[in-house]
Design a binder for this molecule. Sequence first.
Ligand code: SAH
Ligand code: AVI
Length: 350
Amino acid sequence: MFDTRQLSKTNDFAPHRRPASDVEFDGVFRGLSADVPHISPRWFYDDVGSALFEAITRLPEYYPTRCELEILDAHGKQIGERLGQRTAVIELGSGSAQKIGRLLPHLASVRAYRPIDVSNAALQATSLELVGRFPQLRVDPVHADFSDRDAMHTFLQRAAGTDDAVLFFPGSTLGNFEVDYAAALLEGYAQGLRPGTPLLLGVDLVKPRETLEAAYDDPAGVTAAFNRNMLAHLNRRFNGNFDLAQWRHEARWVPRHRRIEMWLRCDEPQVVQFGEQRIEFAAGAGIHTENSHKWDRPSLHDLAETTGWSLQDWWTDRRGWFAQALLVRQDDQHKADRLTATNTGEHRPN
Ligand code: SAH
Ligand code: AVI
């Protein structure tokens, strides 16, 4: 049995923010009323959404989870060696924490695990499970939004400043952000960390359209249910009345952006009550609910180099569908050299 003293109280950081519900309502309402209506994918993850995501990871068409587990199983020992003597793991978007469970046996010096997630249900369940499996481990669950750059900066300085921490960001969750925003996040994380700090990043790779679209539009309709559940979540959270039956799931590969886009589309006009506000959608209107960007080694290398990180290692599954990238926080000299090279027109080959 686990010792509950191992498990710290869930931490909420960013106490300087306005009451969360006002900020959150404004953000969601602005997105829904924009010219291209959109919602942040973080709103997928209420209790039901977290459970639906777990169901997605078991679908035959959804390859990313199996590929990433394959990499951790095949190369976990080497990854552990490359990470060196770490005392803490900070995981971004930990979900069911299945992946850290595969890595921890190769990280003998780790004493603390800090999973960060917006889903309380996922955080609580997985923290308890890990405490049970790794009795020497201290688990500090953090209920927070990892896309809040200021709060993350403060948190990383505090949490990683005293440890030799490794940041773990699996699942290709970084790919759910617009590329510019993903870059800003990586840059913000780097600024909160000491030079040499490693980031083990899971990224999904570009592959044929049919494979990608099948992974995001399964015949059993689990991904459709996951997509629609976002409206149920918003209804509950913000007193809305979206009629889920009126919205159909769409997922398509957009080669120009190298991403899968998920949308919810209505065939009939809709008037939706949202808190005190009303939002109108014309027949055929869509709400953009998710991007899932895909990468290759050169594009990931460039993303790292321009955001304060260096790509040091790269492991893929047998088919080359998914990768674990080991990035290391650059030192300031590296950054200065890179800026000089850019200003003098020198270009690094990919
Ligand atoms: N890392 C797991 C789960 C990926 S699903 C895996 O690889 O299988 C994405 C996870 O990130 C979910 O658990 C979700 O609740 C969490 N998440 C999504 N957006 C978030 C945000 N902005 N801040 C914190 N957690 C977030
Ligand atoms: C969490 N994230 C990386 C998943 C993905 O593949 O983009 C979420 C998901 N959306 C639909 N299926 C899975």
